[in-house]
Design a protein around this ligand. Structure first.
Ligand SMILES: NC(=O)c1ccc[n+]([C@@H]2O[C@H](COP(=O)([O-])OP(=O)(O)OC[C@H]3O[C@@H](n4cnc5c(N)ncnc54)[C@H](O)[C@@H]3O)[C@@H](O)[C@H]2O)c1
Ligand SMILES: O=C(O)C(=O)C[C@@H](O)[C@H](O)[C@H](O)COP(=O)(O)O
Ligand SMILES: [Zn+2]
Length: 353
């Protein structure tokens, strides 16, 4: 597969899907960044598996390599871990011409990307996603962030990477739970943008997915919307389908519900409330729920509507006293509805009955 070019307003870069292996990371970095020092950011699960290969490749390309490895999991996506990463960069002597390599899932990518975006006001960053979710979504498009106790991704920046190297052979070690979890975002792309993709997914089991093709398609869909609206003033909000309620479910569970499962839950809830308003057919809502269930993305929450509503108020699509909610009009087509907070409360109630 040839490189997918992301011509974002602030910066252009290539997403390589299976064009290079992890052992060619050094060459890819050398091409896009030059520089003489880099820091690999990774987590406690991914580092033992892949950091030595990444480091060897970078050293062979002439880099002096340091690393920052943190405890795996969403609980680490904090200001505290971010500050530790920044201090590691400083101790390792990273300068403005140095490079950060994010080697891991979406937690690593978001945190390392934000650390790169802000260290010395911005140094280069190459994303090497190792989870399905990170391959199809978080490594592309430049949303970087950490969480606050008050809500998901509340501190961050738009900061495009310099390259994204996807080596799908690294997914062989991804635990089954997180393969399914990534499918939550894959289904999102189908519902929001691409009815053929959805139909294809609907007809196969998660385990039968042809990963490189599906990843390539999702990256293209994300590329198109990021290029059209890098800073989420309009169309990019569609990528947030299922997230307003999904992030609330994720946070209320103290992150025991992982991101893709929470998004799947949010998609089913929004579809249900949309049927109540005549915005989506009951048949399409049923297709969404059935596929979510068939893929093992069990989409249920015990949380009451009031708690989900309160938690969802932290969403970035809230503007003062209105909330933009992404809804599907039919599978493959979506739009933004602007609701007053009273309407939004009623919408969440309808979603949860
Ligand atoms: N920036 C964006 O546009 C964007 C998009 C979607 C999601 N996100 C964020 O991404 C995060 C979720 O990402 P995630 O699901 O990748 O979570 P994650 O980074 O926690 O990875 C999931 C788990 O899989 C492990 N893992 C990852 N790759 C592995 C591999 N190849 N082999 C073995 N273990 C591996 C990790 O250590 C972790 O335990 C959330 O914080 C979410 O908010 C961001
Ligand atoms: O890239 C985007 O834009 C997205 O919204 C992709 C989402 O899947 C992702 O979870 C994102 O991090 C959510 O962003 P937020 O702005 O709601 O924090
Ligand atoms: Zn997401």
């Amino acid at each position: 597969m040839s490189a997918i070019k992301v011509d974002a307003a602030s910066h252009s870069y290539d997403v390589f899907v299976d064009e290079f292996t992890l052992d060619q990371l050094g060459e890819v970095c050398r091409d896009v960044s030059g520089g003489d020092a880099c820091c690999i950011v990774s987590d406690s699960n991914v580092a033992p598996l892949y950091l030595p290969r990444a480091k060897a490749s970078l050293e062979a390309a002439g880099y002096t390599v340091s690393s920052f490895v943190f405890e795996a999991g969403e609980q680490s996506k904090t200001i505290q871990t971010y500050a530790q990463a920044q201090q590691t960069f400083a101790h390792a002597g990273l300068t403005r011409s140095s490079l950060v390599v994010a080697l891991g899932g979406g937690v690593v990518g978001d945190l390392a990307g934000f650390a790169a975006a802000t260290y010395m006001r911005g140094i280069r960053c190459v994303q090497v996603p190792t989870s399905l979710l990170a391959c199809v979504d978080s490594s592309v498009g430049g949303k970087t962030a950490v969480d606050l106790p008050e809500g998901k991704n509340l501190v961050g920046a738009f900061f495009q990477p310099d390259a994204v190297l996807i080596d799908t052979s690294l997914l062989a070690t991804l635990p089954e739970h997180f393969l399914i979890d990534g499918c939550g975002e894959v289904l999102k792309y189908g519902v929001v943008f691409d009815k053929e993709l959805f139909a294809q997914l609907e007809a196969c089991a998660a385990s039968d997915m042809r990963l490189p093709e599906v990843i390539g398609r999702c990256v293209e869909l994300k590329r198109d919307v990021v290029v059209a609206d890098e800073k989420e003033a309009g169309a990019r909000q569609l990528l947030n389908f299922g997230h307003t309620l999904g992030h609330a479910v994720e946070k209320l569970s103290n992150f025991t519900v992982t991101h893709g499962f929470a998004v799947a839950c949010g998609m089913v809830l929004v579809a249900k409330a949309s049927v109540a308003r005549g915005w989506l057919s009951a048949a399409d809502a049923m297709r969404i729920e059935s596929t979510v269930r068939a893929w093992g993305l069990l989409a249920e929450t015990e949380e009451p509507a009031s708690a989900i509503y309160e938690a969802a108020l932290a969403d970035k699509k809230r503007h003062g006293s209105t909330m933009n909610v992404v809804v599907a009009s039919e599978i493959g087509t979506s739009r933004i509805e602007t609701l007053t907070l009273d309407d939004f409360r009623a919408f969440v109630h309808d979603a949860c009955v």
